[in-house]
Design a binder for this molecule. Sequence first.
Ligand code: FMN
Length: 155
Amino acid sequence: MSIMARFIIAYNSTTGNTKAMADAIVEGAKSLKLDAVAVDAFDVKVEDLLAADAVGFGVPTFNYHPAKPILRLLDDLAGRDVKGKIAVVFGSYGWSGQGPVLVAERLRQMGFTVLDPVIRVKYQPTENELFGCSLLGKDVAMQLKNIKKTVSLDA
Ligand SMILES: Cc1cc2nc3c(=O)[nH]c(=O)nc-3n(C[C@H](O)[C@H](O)[C@H](O)COP(=O)(O)O)c2cc1C
């Protein structure tokens, strides 16, 4: 079964920290009426990402690397047409936290438009940090609305 959403976040989360961030981003996007969903990366297929208008990657850092289920999705995306597709990247970490940065870099090389900021949170996100995540979700909704406006003006 494939997941149809305008904004889909694929996250990996072993203790729920990155998932909490993903949920806050979804809540922010939904508050501006964007159809948004956060799904465990194990259940996301590359076609789900390609069918969405915007994508998110929730990336905890393990052994100085981005979480493996996210890397698997990036490998599957290689060579596909993603030019200009909006992406957000975020994740919880403990001490080095390079996972989200490395993923954002790879996405940019593929042609994604990665929104700033790439949000990293040490272990469990605070209320304040979750608020920052919800703002990022709102940004995605606003960016998609701007793109739609441009398209309808051109038509
Ligand atoms: C086996 C293991 C390896 C880890 N390696 C790193 C690491 O290299 N760098 C880092 O910043 N955090 C590391 N962490 C900490 C996790 O990134 C941190 O616990 C994070 O909150 C996990 O997020 P999650 O609950 O979304 O899975 C590691 C944790 C575990 C259990």
